[in-house]
Design a protein around this ligand. Sequence first.
Ligand SMILES: CCCCCCCCCCCCCC(=O)SCCNC(=O)CCNC(=O)[C@H](O)C(C)(C)COP(=O)(O)OP(=O)(O)OC[C@H]1O[C@@H](n2cnc3c(N)ncnc32)[C@H](O)[C@@H]1OP(=O)(O)O
Length: 190
Amino acid sequence: MPPAEHPEFVGLIEALRAAQETITGARPPEDVARKARENLEEITRLLSPFTVGESEQLTGQMRGLPGRAQALAPAFHVDVEGNDRVSGRVVFGRFYLGGNGAAHGGSLPLLFDEVLGRLANTGGRSPSRTAYLHVNYRKITPVGPELRVEAHFDREEGRKRYLVGTIRDPEGEITADAEGLFVALRPGQP
Ligand SMILES: CCCCCCCCCCCCCC(=O)SCCNC(=O)CCNC(=O)[C@H](O)C(C)(C)COP(=O)(O)OP(=O)(O)OC[C@H]1O[C@@H](n2cnc3c(N)ncnc32)[C@H](O)[C@@H]1OP(=O)(O)O
């Protein structure tokens, strides 16, 4: 789904991410919190009539966009993408804060699943699904700065695709690495 065909929706997702960030970091007075809630409820009323089935929805389908226009995982910005490796950047914003300036432990597998899973399904390969994802937390993954993300194929054995990835802090040190097994689906497999 080319993002250029849906520029306003792309802007909507960017605004959603910004709202997630701002709400997470805010400590507003009660009247401001109520007004913000009413505005959010108005957005839900506005969009509800346009709910569609999974195959028609835009989020998750826009491969050319960071995070494929899905606001669940931290937005991964691709710099270099080949058939067997990918590298790019990510910022874990305030929305992903676990505590003490560190990204929430659950947000790292979200990113790795996105990055490794995306690579596992490129290069003309058939669709595959995560069978396992092993994440090593080497040191704190900081909230705020831009971090380098790299992933590549380790090996392929029949339907099994083994991929590995790293996240590096601005000093170049690995904060977390991961290995994932992605199993190619058999024809007709859900
Ligand atoms: C178009 C828009 C763009 C889209 C871009 C895409 C981007 C996407 C980005 C996001 C991507 C997000 C992606 C997501 O998040 S996908 C969502 C998360 N994942 C799931 O929900 C998967 C659920 N599980 C399954 O569906 C099945 O179990 C699968 C399909 C994985 C395998 O069941 P299946 O019945 O098919 O296969 P099999 O059981 O015969 O096993 C086959 C082989 O695999 C080996 N094995 C299996 N499991 C494990 C294990 N845990 N450890 C070690 N080995 C394991 C097994 O021993 C055997 O090996 P061998 O005996 O042959 O040697």
